[in-house]
Design a protein around this ligand. Structure first.
Ligand SMILES: [Zn+2]
Length: 63
């Protein structure tokens, strides 16, 4: 099992596909990460399932 997985998602601001590295050792995480394209702060909600596969949901910080 990998400790870090790369996840792909669309930026909630500019809609560009971006990738984030997720630490799979923690089941539930919420943190802010700046978009690699438009540099706006995205709120990332991450949950890791029993197989260690992360699911990422991105939200605008101002929502
Ligand atoms: Zn963006």
């Amino acid at each position: 099992m990998h400790l870090q997985e790369e996840c792909f998602l669309d930026c909630p601001y500019c809609g560009e596909p971006i990738s984030v590295l997720v630490d799979c050792s923690c089941e539930q995480q919420t943190y802010i990460e700046d978009c690699q394209v438009c540099c706006q702060p995205m709120l990332l909600h991450i949950s890791v399932d029993q197989e260690g596969m992360p699911e990422v949901y991105a939200q605008r910080e101002d929502e």
